[in-house]
Write a protein of this length. Sequence first.
Length: 274
Amino acid sequence: MEEEAAVTLADALRGRRVVALTGAGVSTESGIPDYRSPGALARPRRPIQGPEFVRSAALRRRYWARAMAGWEHFGRAEPGPSHRALASLESRGLLSSVITQNVDRLHHRAGSRRVTELHGALAEVVCLACGALEDRHDVQRRMREANASWLDGPSPMAPDGDAELAEQVVERFVVPLCLRCGGDLKPRVVFFGDKVPAEVTKEAFDRLAEAETLLVLGTSLAVFSGYRFLLRASERRMPIFIVNRGPVRGEERATRKLEGSTGAVLARLAELLA
């Protein structure tokens, strides 16, 4: 299946300017689960809602408590075969850029240089009051110092670096605050219900306009912030190729939908285009 998909893509993409739109499926091989795959989480979990996060101190406490536990795994994730293959294709001039819905920054760590992060990155934390930025690893260190012996052992991790914890455990958690002004902190990501910043949207559409072909990888495109790029590509009559396990919103607009592991397909594609 993956060999046939890779050969199909190699024939279609050779000599063309290609932009990749990636989702959670490219990071599952790095040990980061997604929300929609079967068995992704043992118990269905409601994703964080951005407006509610800003309003609710209780929700912020619950988020940071779970995030501290989840980061121990999430922060150690390494780029997988999809990330490495895309970085290789870019370095050889075979891929113009990556637009990603992921917040794990693994494309950067794999060596990709032209990456637009639609939903931000968990690697940075922003103060809701003064806008100061802090590295997530530094926030993790501060949380561990303030909550020494608070939690022993790993917890099941969610796609946003969160983890499942009992409420009585959460209530004891000391929440990190901004070092500059003492304000509340938020990961620099677009939660459900938040808007993608206008400048990020513009950059992504500019990257799409530079390309001749759209390659959609590891995403169901259930969220409009990603789906709109498939719509724009379709309006421009660009060839659209999809590699994903399972259905994809708007797949009827694609030139070809290919089932399979993005890692296996892209690794072989990089070899075929060498």
